[in-house]
Design a protein around this ligand. Structure first.
Ligand code: ADP
Ligand code: MG
Length: 336
């Protein structure tokens, strides 16, 4: 066959496979957009494992009617001020999420920026873009995704059970809610409210998401080195789980599943917890944007640190010190 350029719909479908590998990834992208839009409250509703329907409603900046069609175009973004990709402060920056979702599913965006009299709506289904139409809606944006992967059946085959996909969606929302405790977050699953949290501080958000009982056992940690700030809460060696589900990392406000951080956690606890068990932790790392490359993974779940060894030893050291400390406290009850 001769070399030919792929049709844009094909390109978007291929990208959809990378960026939106399962419903939880679509949830993550939509909530990240809401956070980037400065939302104070985000409501997520999921039905049928996120395959049937995902709805994310925010009270953020909104998209002006004249930009609505652009929002779902590939590589169109309002965010990337730094084209050298060094200081990326927003969660999104590639302009790939909405066109990818629109290529694989039926995506409806309803948006109304402040100052615009009525909201406008656009739908894109399997890559086919409809007309922009006026509609009544409050300020902010609502994104509705229906029949995810109906247009990319190859991807659909790889989905797990509805229950497993639902669980992954819940996990994604929990992680995002942890990353932005100052934003009110609500989640409903198949019409049932799963949580509805007000704006909180980190401690209260961890307590709300991990459970109050667990929170009482958690140990706060804090450490700074060479401009890298670590803080958060870790479980004592006695509190372990069968899975790593209760390990959440937030780096510069991004919820990440970073192998380096997971490994650091594993090493820090290696001597004190049984093999096959996982410690509990909610950890935030803050460092200069220029010391972090967030552009190494299609779903932005992994990072590259400019000084990985420094980050690793900061995390391991802080955890090991905190794990050693409660014993001292026990010997000095007056301190409690
Ligand atoms: P990116 O987030 O990388 O810019 P997306 O495809 O996720 O790419 O979104 C494209 C654009 O649509 C964004 O840059 C933003 O301008 C706009 N947008 C998407 N979702 C929202 C939202 N919830 N509120 C306001 N603007 C949004
Ligand atoms: Mg985005």
């Amino acid at each position: 066959m001769p070399i030919r350029r792929l049709a844009p719909e094909t390109v978007n479908r291929i990208a959809a496979g990378e960026v939106i590998e399962r419903p939880a990834a679509a949830v993550k992208e939509l909530v990240e957009n809401a956070l980037d839009a400065g939302a104070r409250r985000i409501a997520v509703a999921i039905a049928g494992g996120g395959i049937a329907r995902i709805e994310v409603t925010d009270d953020g900046n909104g998209i002006p009617e004249i930009e609505l069609a652009l929002a779902i175009e590939r590589h169109a973004t309002s965010k990337l001020a730094d084209e050298a990709l060094i200081r990326i402060a927003t969660l999104g920056f590639r302009g790939e999420a909405l066109p990818s979702i629109g290529a694989a599913a039926r995506l409806t965006l309803i948006s109304r920026p402040r100052g615009q009299d009525v909201a406008a709506r656009i739908t894109v289904a399997g890559g086919a873009v409809g007309e922009v139409a006026p509609v009544a809606a409050p300020f902010g944006t609502r994104a509705i995704v229906e029949d995810l992967f109906y247009a990319t059946p190859a991807r659909r085959k790889f989905l797990r059970s509805t229950a497993a996909e639902t669980a992954a969606c819940v996990e994604a929302v929990r992680h995002l809610a942890l990353a932005a405790p100052e934003v009110a977050f609500a989640l409903s699953i198949d019409g049932v409210v799963s949580f509805d949290l007000p704006a909180q501080d980190r401690r209260a958000r961890v307590a709300a998401l991990y459970g109050r009982g667990e929170m009482e056992a958690l140990v706060p940690i804090e450490a700074v080195r060479e401009g890298v700030m670590l803080s958060g809460f870790i479980g004592p060696a006695s509190l372990t789980r069968a899975t790593a589900r209760h390990q959440n990392f937030v780096v510069n406000g991004r919820p990440v599943r970073d192998p380096l951080l997971r490994m650091a956690l594993r090493i820090a606890y290696r001597e004190v917890i049984p093999q096959g068990r996982h410690p509990v932790a909610a950890l935030w790392l803050d460092l200069g944007h220029d010391r972090l490359d967030v552009n190494v993974h299609p779903a932005k779940a992994e990072l590259r640190f400019a000084e990985p060894d420094g980050v690793r030893s900061l995390v391991i050291g802080a955890i090991q010190r905190a794990l050693a400390a409660p014993a001292d406290l026990a010997q000095a009850p007056a301190l409690r």
